[in-house]
Design a protein around this ligand. Structure first.
Ligand SMILES: *Cc1c(COP(=O)(O)O)cnc(C)c1O
Length: 453
């Protein structure tokens, strides 16, 4: 085991072995997600070192691959789940009820039904409700287990408005109502265990003051609530630990964040809980994609690749920056630095674009990269978080395969989809009996299937 001190705070795209990645595309095709399991472990250990007294949950929605869940579980993390499907995955990865927090955001009835069923087998499961309706609906289903209240602190943070959830009315009960709501829930027999807020993704060192203010409010609230419901087990301040996407961006200073958090929380007789997602997996993953088109346009050179916004949505959805390398050019040149050397390729501004019929389907605009050639393999960095998870089948495009690097070998962790996978639900609908068709809505979280691994 590597100890935390030996683990660098960020793994840059330039730290990956170009030849090794190149071989993976030759073996498994393109586009291809690659995830390094050891890096996920290192990220966990650094966080554990900075927050030795905190309970650490992994926000599964960042990357729900079974191997990621089992790796983080084994390292000591609990699992924060955003849906019944994620709870199903968590249990499938071997988690017990006590390791699972289910955060219900406008939960569909079938999610609540499924989770309340799972609670019967794992009564230590925690449900985080973000509205009084959700508490009522849990009660209607006979749930009187561990309940946490998601509050809306009225402060948002984050790298893009679409992920600044703290101030959005959608999430949580207004903090000023929390004491009443929880006192009422305790009266109704719920086991009130915690309060929760997540102020959005992308908390960074220069937003430390906002973080401090947010945590201080949570500390005050925890003291008020504890007085009314007779004690709290934990105060969950969410995730949102930022990672540097740009090559020149400094990594988050975890120690300062941890210190600010402890200080701001003040004295509370409850555990601190954090639930980062991105931080564990972002720099543990890359997306590999092959160049199929090089086109001189009027204003730029367009490098067409086989991955698109359906493979990695973040640039199109959040204007997110992801570093890019041309692995083939580097292999040929020996070094990217040899840009003007005899074998080196010249760097030219390029717009790297995918195969989707949308103008937003670009990974970068006018970025200086070694001149691309058809057949080159590009690596897109920091793709381990919200990469495959947000992939979709728009344009009838099957989702890519995923490789896990572990114990110095590469393993296919999820096969590439085919068009047959994309069209299967339609064929099944045509061949199903009328009764099957009507009952289909119950199958969204199908308990008859083996747990998803
Ligand atoms: C998405 C999410 C997280 C994780 O956010 P990151 O930015 O990936 O750390 C944590 N908690 C909740 C409730 C979330 O929705």
């Amino acid at each position: 085991m590597t100890d935390a001190a030996a683990s660098v705070p960020v793994r840059r795209l330039s730290d990956w072995d170009a030849a090794e990645l190149h071989t993976l595309v030759e073996d498994y095709g393109s586009p291809l997600y690659v995830l390094d399991r050891e890096r996920v472990r290192e990220n966990y250990r650094r966080l554990e070192t900075a927050f030795p007294d905190a309970e650490i949950l992994y926000a599964v929605k960042a990357n729900a691959l079974g191997e990621v869940l089992s790796t983080l579980r084994e390292a000591g993390a609990g699992l924060e789940c955003a849906s019944a499907g994620e709870v199903q995955r968590a249990l499938g990865a071997g988690a017990s009820g006590s390791e699972v927090h289910y955060t219900a955001v406008n939960p569909p009835a079938r999610d609540l039904d499924w989770v309340v069923d799972a609670w019967a087998d794992g009564p230590e499961l925690t449900v985080t409700a973000g509205s009084e309706d959700t508490i009522d609906r849990l009660e209607e289903r006979g749930y009187d287990g561990r309940l946490c209240l998601r509050v809306n602190p009225g402060i948002g943070a984050g790298h893009h408005e679409k992920v600044a959830t703290g101030a959005a009315a959608k999430f949580g009960v207004p903090a000023e109502r929390a004491v009443d709501v929880l006192a009422d829930a305790a009266d109704r027999g719920f086991d009130v265990v915690g309060i929760h807020a997540h102020v959005g993704s992308g908390v960074s060192s220069d937003q430390l003051e906002a973080h401090r203010e947010f945590v201080a409010r949570m500390g005050d609230l925890a003291r008020n609530v504890a007085g009314v419901v007779g004690g709290l087990e934990f105060v969950d301040v969410g995730g949102g630990f930022g990672v540097p996407y740009r090559e020149d961006e400094a990594p988050l200073d975890l120690e300062s964040v941890a210190e600010a958090t402890r200080e701001a929380l003040g004295a509370v007789d409850a555990d601190l809980t954090i639930e980062p997602g991105r931080y564990f997996v972002a720099d543990a993953g890359v997306l590999l994609t092959e160049v199929n088109t090089v086109k001189e346009a009027r204003e730029t050179t367009v490098t067409g690749v086989d991955a698109g916004m359906t493979t990695l949505l973040r640039p199109a959805m959040y204007d997110a920056y992801h570093p890019i390398r041309n692995l083939t050019a580097e292999a040929g040149d020996g070094s990217i630095e040899a840009e003007n050397g005899p074998a080196g390729r010249e760097r030219v501004p390029q717009t790297v674009a995918g195969p989707i019929c949308e103008s937003g389907d670009v990974f970068c605009t006018d970025r200086q990269l070694p001149a691309s050639k058809r057949g080159d393999v590009l690596a897109i960095g920091n793709a381990g978080a919200y990469g495959y998870e947000m992939a979709n089948q728009y344009n009838s495009r099957p989702r890519p395969a995923s490789i896990v690097l572990a114990d110095s070998e590469a393993r296919l962790a999820r096969r590439r989809e085919t068009v047959t996978d994309v069209t299967r639900p339609e064929r099944e609908a045509r061949s199903a009996s009328p009764t099957d068709r009507k009952n289909d809505h119950d199958r969204a979280t199908d308990t008859d299937n083996d747990p998803v691994r």
